[in-house]
Design a protein around this ligand. Structure first.
Ligand SMILES: Nc1ncnc2c1ncn2[C@@H]1O[C@H](COP(=O)(O)OP(=O)(O)O)[C@@H](O)[C@H]1O
Ligand SMILES: O=C(O)C1=C[C@@H](OP(=O)(O)O)[C@@H](O)[C@H](O)C1
Ligand SMILES: [Mg+2]
Length: 170
């Protein structure tokens, strides 16, 4: 079983995926980290040098590359399910979990971590982050909602029962 975590930047895909994988005895892969080591560049540097559309192609290739094997949790990037046929691909290859985090929480978490997140680099203050994140969320929600399971009120410290049950039943 491959478990894909999808959701907005700051939703906790990376932090939850790492801990839940350990608790399940699964391997953990973070797509952004994988891309960074494969290309020897940070995500912001890759956006800068190659541009977003090339990044999306790399992301698509990487998704296919790490979707081999079993017992792994993959933390995707926030945009992964929204480009090409990535969502259909993930649904066909495993269990897709939407980490559905309130926009207010996202804004709190993203404020101050803009350097690592190229999409937010143009935002000059909290108000601009709010507007950008709200619009992005509205635009992406139709993709995220195609996930097999949506989770709210999750945290890294507690492995969601819905995830455990879904794994047991497949
Ligand atoms: N309950 C929580 N669940 C997930 N992340 C949390 C929580 N509380 C605080 N955080 C923090 O929010 C940030 C989430 O970022 P990250 O895991 O990188 O998200 P993503 O990979 O979805 O962009 C981290 O700094 C993490 O420490
Ligand atoms: O939302 C996006 O389009 C992106 C989210 C990032 O990952 P996180 O969701 O882990 O921040 C990273 O893949 C890249 O900066 C683009
Ligand atoms: Mg992440």
């Amino acid at each position: 079983m491959i478990v894909y975590l999808v959701g907005m930047p700051g939703a906790g895909k990376t932090s939850c995926g790492m801990v839940w994988a350990r608790q399940l005895g699964y391997k953990f892969y973070d797509m952004d980290v994988f891309i960074e080591s494969l290309h020897g560049q940070s995500i912001p540097a890759l956006f800068e040098s190659a541009g977003e559309s090339r990044f999306r192609e790399i992301e698509k290739e990487t998704l296919r590359l790490i979707s081999q094997g079993n017992k792994r949790i993959i933390a995707t990037g926030g945009g992964t399910p929204c480009f090409f046929d990535n969502m259909a691909f993930m649904k066909a290859h495993g269990l897709v979990i939407f980490l559905d985090c309130p926009v207010d929480t996202l804004i709190q978490r993203l404020h101050g971590s803009q350097e690592q997140r190229p999409l937010l680099q143009h935002c000059r203050n909290e108000e601009e982050i709010r507007k950008f994140v709200q619009e992005l969320y509205e635009q992406r929600r139709p993709f995220y909602e195609q996930a097999h399971i949506s989770l709210q009120n999750y945290e890294p410290q507690s492995l969601p029962q819905a995830l455990v049950s879904a794994i047991q039943h497949t």
